[in-house]
Every structure is written in structure tokens, then in C-alpha cells.
Design a binder for this molecule. Structure first.
Ligand code: NAD
Length: 471
């Protein structure tokens, strides 16, 4: 019987394993984590992450062939296939600080696997890791193996938060990289057999280890680059009177370009794009490819520029100062349908406005108050100059209140910033909001989800990314 264990019960480990359990009733799946609160939440009615459709999947399998546990060693020992889906954040100190991936969690997971294993295992890289990580992991495992055979596979995850369950049910592709040896091929087949329960065979791609590792970094870099490209164009549109939505529509008709992922916005966020590009930059630099590194670095620089541009637009539109003015922030998560705030552009925008002494009233349907306050108090890590900046002062934090709905957030405000494209923000009663705001009332749509003409008719002064400006 195949037994799977996944180390790391986060945004990737939890949903991917829940779907494997659902689609493969004959396989026993254990998801383990060192975080007791996280595992307790997975075993409760209040799952630790918000993801549409996830609760239903978990409820169907939990206690049958899906288990969440903190007994990491037991489940690793019993499994034939061990996925490792631990976090791989950007290093903040030492060699490569600000760019390289921090593989501390991965290394400790690998050492633990070697320590506790009593039978042969396939170890699967699910986390996003630098190319050649499999070689490092092999060394750790082999040198501690006591005769046990470990086969390493790279099986990067391409799900997007907010649509994770759908992405896992119908993946564009599943990628499996392995050694081109008889044992490596056997391991690839074993993992392929798991996915073959529901993924069509032509969507399961098998490559060598390094191609799989590079493909994940490449995919995220290409996606982020597309966002920075359209955002760069949005700045030009604003300067010239062009409309970025019309431009996206026009260029998206070109079948070589395609229409997806061409929405201009306040910038990309999330735990992956910036981290993985920085990692790519570091790998290129280490491999003597500074020009390639600089090319990818620019994707992040444009993203930072877009957030700064947005803040500057808010302040300059409101007569060059927001000092003491109440500004409503609608949306704090890095995208809709998730409560995840890692690297959300809202953090930089809020901090920028707070720097100009604005008072912020923040509402997000899925982000708890304590996460918003935590994020705004965290030191900003400057990847370009990896030193920690001063913590936000307590008085600055007093400038922030967290509202329980959009109407409360916007009441008496001078301006409204839309920072996450939540559907509910499209359907608010903007006449009511306008009536309860200070005048002139401003809307800054950082996601281009609102009907600008309708808002202007109500009386708002509206700024949308990359669109002709109000006179
Ligand atoms: P996460 O922080 O939500 O989860 C990681 C979990 O691993 C945490 O709960 C942590 O407690 C646990 N952990 C760390 N060390 C451990 C150990 N030694 N033993 C047991 N548990 C341990 O991270 P995530 O968002 O799930 O991302 C995981 C990996 O997947 C990262 O490399 C990320 O880049 C990649 N990835 C993320 C996404 C995404 O959308 N979040 C998508 C694709 C790939």
C-alpha cells in the first residue's frame, strides 16, 4: 500500500495533499508540521487557510485516508513517498542575504528523514527550491542513510492561491523531474502513478531534475514579468492619455501574447513571485550571468515602482498631503479569495501613506485584524540593500484602525483605495459611500475593478491604474 507523508502543512502542503487523498482513496496521506496551532486548525472546523472549495475536500477525507499530525517522525518513517513542502523564504542574513533562498527548513527536514527512516523512500521536492537543491539533499540523505535508498524527485507546485483546489483538480500540467537512472525512472513512475488517478497522462511531464527545478523558477519569473510589463505600460498610458485596458485588450488578441495575466494593478504580491525571482537573480549571479540577473531584477524594481507611483498618486491628488486625513483601504490580502498577506502590495502602500501621516481605516473580508497590525509593524526588508530598516513606531500604528465592513471603513474618509480585487467591492453601494465621505471624495482603484464612469457620475474623483486621469 502506498503511504504518503507531506512535511509542511501550509498553503501548498495542505491543499495538495487533501486533493491527493480525495482522488486516491487507496492511498493513506499524512500531513505533518512542527506547528501545533496549524495542525490543530487543520483538525478543526476553522482551517488555517482560506481557499475556496478546500473545506469540502478536507471534510470528505479527514479521518479516512487524510490525517494531520505533529508526529512528524512516525509518519515519515511509515511513508514510501515523502513530500517536502516546507517554507523556503529569502535569506535575511549572511551570504546571499536579500536574494538567496533560505534552505534551513529544508535541510533540517532532510536530516530528519535520514535519521528516522528504516526503509527505502522517494523524497519529493514540493517546495520551490534553487536549481541543484536535489544534489544537496541527495548528499545529506546518502551520507546519513545507513544503507537505505533514497530517490529524490522534483515535483514543483504550480497552484495559485485563491484557485488552488481548481488548479489541483485540473492542473495545466504536473511536472516530475528525476535522475535518468533505472532507480530514478522507477521513482518517477511511482509518483506518476499517484497523479494518474485524475490527471490525464499527456499532462504529466517528466524531465531531468534540473529542468524541473528551473521550470518552477522560470514559470514564476515569466508570470511576474508579465505583470511588471503591463504595469510599466500603465505608467506610459497615464502619461499619454492611453487606456491600459484597451492596450491589454489589443495586444492580448495577438495569439503569441494571449489575453491572460494582462491586468494592470498596484503590483504583484504573495510569498512566491518576489522570493523566487530574487532567488533566480542570485543563482544567475553565482553562475557568472550578471546581465541575466539584472534583467530579472528589473521585474521587481518595476513592481516596487508601481507601488510607489500609486502612493504618490494618492498624495498628489489629495492636494499634496494626506496628513491627518482618513483614507479607507479596501482589501489587504495580496489577491482575492485568499487571506494570505505575504508580500501584499497593501503593506507598502499603507506604509507609504502612513509615512505622509494619513489615518488608515482598513477592511478585508478574510484578513484578521491581528495580521494587518502585525504586518504593518514588521520591519521592511530591503532586498536591494539587505539591512533592516527601523521598525514602525507605535505612534504610527495608532494611525491604523481595522474596520468590520467597507461602509464603516469608508465613513468620514477623504479617499478610498482599492488594494485587493475582492468581488464584494464591485457591488458596494457607492452612492451611500459617497454620501458618508468628506468632499471632494476620491477613489483610487488599484485593481481596476470599478466602473469609473458610474463613480464619476456620483461625484467621485477617480484614479484607476493606467487610465486617463480626471481633470
Ligand atoms: P507555508 O509557510 O504556508 O508552509 C510551510 C510549513 O512548513 C509551515 O507550516 C511550517 O511550520 C512547516 N515546516 C517548516 N519546517 C518544518 C519541519 N522541519 N518539519 C515540519 N514542518 C515544517 O509555505 P507555503 O506557502 O505552503 O509554501 C511552501 C513551499 O511551496 C515554498 O517553497 C513555496 O515557495 C512553495 N510554493 C508556494 C505556493 C503558494 O502559493 N503559497 C505555490 C507554489 C509553491
Amino acid at each position: 500500500m502506498v503511504k504518503i507523508c507531506c512535511i509542511g502543512a501550509g498553503y501548498v502542503g495542505g491543499p495538495t495533499m487533501a486533493v491527493i487523498a480525495l482522488k486516491c482513496p487507496s492511498i493513506e496521506v499524512a500531513v505533518v508540521d512542527i506547528s501545533v496551532p496549524r495542525i490543530n486548525a487543520w483538525n478543526s472546523d476553522q482551517l488555517p487557510i482560506y481557499e475556496p472549495g478546500l473545506e469540502e475536500v478536507v471534510k470528505q477525507c479527514r479521518g479516512k485516508n487524510l490525517f494531520f499530525s505533529t508526529d512528524v517522525e512516525k509518519h515519515v518513517r511509515e511513508a514510501n513517498i515523502v513530500f517536502v513542502s516546507v517554507n523556503t523564504p529569502t535569506k535575511t542574513q549572511g551570504l546571499g542575504a536579500g536574494k538567496a533562498a533560505d534552505l534551513t527548513y529544508w535541510e533540517s527536514a532532510a536530516r530528519m528523514i535520514a535519521d528516522v527512516s528504516k526503509s527505502d523512500k522517494i523524497v519529493v521536492e514540493k517546495s520551490t527550491v534553487p536549481v541543484k537543491t536535489a544534489e544537496a539533499i541527495e548528499k545529506i540523505l546518502m551520507h546519513n542513510s545507513r544503507g537505505i535508498n533514497f530517490q529524490i524527485l522534483s515535483n514543483p507546485e504550480f497552484l495559485a492561491e485563491g484557485t488552488a483546489i481548481n488548479d489541483l483538480f485540473k492542473p495545466d500540467r504536473v511536472l516530475i523531474g528525476g535522475r535518468e537512472t533505472p532507480e530514478g525512472m522507477k521513482a518517477i513512475k511511482a509518483l506518476k502513478d499517484v497523479y494518474a488517478h485524475w490527471v490525464p497522462e499527456d499532462r504529466i511531464l517528466c524531465t531531468n531534475l534540473w529542468s524541473a527545478e528551473v521550470s518552477k523558477l522560470a514559470a514564476n519569473a515569466f508570470l511576474a514579468q508579465r505583470i511588471s510589463s503591463v504595469n510599466a505600460m500603465s505608467a506610459l498610458c497615464e502619461a499619454t492619455g492611453a487606456d491600459v485596458s484597451q492596450v491589454s485588450h489589443a495586444i492580448g488578441f495577438d495569439s503569441r501574447i494571449g489575453p491572460k495575466f494582462l491586468n494592470a494593478s498596484v503590483g504583484f504580491g504573495g510569498s512566491c513571485f518576489q522570493k523566487d525571482i530574487l532567488n533566480l537573480v542570485y543563482i544567475c549571479e553565482c553562475n557568472g550571468l550578471p546581465e541575466v540577473a539584472n534583467y530579472w531584477k528589473q521585474v521587481i524594481k518595476v513592481n516596487d515602482y508601481q507601488k510607489t507611483r500609486f502612493v504618490n498618486r494618492v498624495v498628489s491628488s489629495m492636494f499634496n498631503t494626506v496628513s491627518g486625513k482618513k483614507i479607507a483601504i479596501l482589501g489587504f490580502a495580496f489577491k482575492k479569495d485568499t487571506g494570505d498577506t505575504r508580500e501584499t502590495p497593501a503593506i507598502d502602500v499603507c506604509k507609504g501613506l502612513m509615512g505622509d501621516k494619513a489615518r488608515l481605516s482598513i477592511y478585508d473580508p478574510q484578513v484578521p485584524q491581528e495580521h494587518i497590525q502585525r504586518d504593518l509593524q514588521m520591519n521592511k526588508f530591503d532586498w536591494d540593500h539587505p539591512i533592516h530598516l527601523q521598525p514602525t513606531s507605535p505612534s504610527t500604528i495608532n494611525q491604523v484602525i481595522v474596520a468590520s465592513d467597507a461602509y464603516e471603513a469608508t465613513k468620514d474618509s477623504h479617499g478610498v483605495c482599492i488594494l485587493t480585487e475582492w468581488d464584494e467591492f464591485k457591488n458596494l453601494d457607492y452612492q451611500k459611500i459617497y454620501n458618508n465621505m468628506q468632499k471632494p471624495a476620491f477613489v483610487f482603484d488599484g485593481r481596476n475593478i470599478l466602473d469609473v464612469e458610474k463613480l464619476r457620475k456620483i461625484g467621485f474623483i477617480v484614479y484607476s491604474i493606467g487610465k486617463p486621469l480626471d481633470k
